[in-house]
Design a protein around this ligand. Structure first.
Ligand SMILES: [Zn+2]
Length: 197
């Protein structure tokens, strides 16, 4: 009395981070009891993930390139916010106070782990700055050693460019993840951002 269909679902769910075989089994049986509509919606949403790729302009993950933020006429090109990963855009957007543009690095400088400027598309960022000519470049990077190294590198590379560099105000605990910061802390850090020079 084994079902190949159930085994297959357990096998895939168990590959997700933090989900062992036992949780995968529990979830598979939950899905089996759930409505067929729910299962179909879930399957459809997972399938739609295959359409997601990088925005050619800001490198966030999107089905449309340029993404909706880059294509929006109400977004101010004078403001360019640099984040480590696409998921960092969500908490900033949830604040509802930022109406500029973004650039996603997909990583931070980490010489010890062999992550250099090319690995995180910094040249693309510098090209974008030359093209877009933002008034302010906001480095909304996590307050970690790698975040600091990246801020220093960008500041040094853009030292002759007519752009104001700023970073999030301290308040985000050292080593913390922007993605998980609470709205009040992130809001304050964003509002009170400090100029780098
Ligand atoms: Zn974009």
């Amino acid at each position: 009395m084994k079902s190949a269909a159930i085994d297959e679902v357990i096998l895939h769910l168990a590959r997700l981070p933090g989900i062992g075989e036992r949780t995968a089994t529990r979830l598979a049986f939950y899905l089996l009891r759930a409505s067929p509509q729910f299962r179909e919606k879930l399957a459809e949403s997972l399938k739609a993930l295959s359409q997601v790729s990088f925005c050619s302009n800001c490198r966030t993950l999107t089905e449309e390139s340029p993404c909706r933020i880059c294509a929006s006429p109400v977004r101010k090109p004078e403001l360019l916010c640099v984040v480590e990963k696409p998921s960092d855009i969500y908490p900033i957007e949830r604040l509802g106070k930022y109406n500029g543009t973004y650039f996603v690095l997909h990583g931070l400088l980490s010489p010890l782990e062999g992550v250099g400027p090319d690995e995180i598309g910094l040249q693309l960022l510098f090209d974008r700055v030359s093209r877009q000519r933002p008034e302010e470049l906001i480095l909304a990077l996590n307050p970690t050693v790698e975040g600091e190294a990246t801020v220093s590198y960008v500041a040094q590379k853009l030292s002759n460019e007519p752009v104001q560099l700023s970073r999030l105000a301290s308040g985000l605990p050292m080593g913390s993840e922007l993605e998980f910061a609470d709205q009040i802390t992130l809001g304050k850090a964003f509002e009170g951002r400090t100029k780098l020079r």
